[in-house]
Design a protein around this ligand. Sequence first.
Ligand code: FEO
Length: 138
Amino acid sequence: MPGIEWDESLSVGIDLIDNQHKMLIEKTNAISEAVEMKRGLEKILQTLSFMIEYTEFHFSAEEKVMMENDYPMLEDHKKLHEYFKTRLNQMVQDFEEEGATVELSEDITSYLTNWLVNHIKGIDTELGKILQEKGFKG
Ligand code: FEO
């Protein structure tokens, strides 16, 4: 599965969030690359663990901005973040149990890529619009 290439269609209009998304995309692409190059279970788990760490950092930062700006959809947005974090941890478990099978690896990379793009273009872009209306400079 080809990696995600950041372009303006992925911008939420807030630099702080865009920059973190770029990093998240980089980490997601690293997983796709590890899978494509058949780098093995250890390397895949390592890249996945880097992504989990950065995802937690990014979600916390985004939730802090939402809280500080009285974002009305905070709870719904947070639930999506929580769900994704649970899925990421489930993926680690699946890899540990099943190994880096082609099927599992491809399923996971396509899930990660699709989830991230849809989340950014959907609910994060909505957040970006409201923050811009509020005059947030990040
Ligand atoms: Fe950028 Fe809602 O995560």
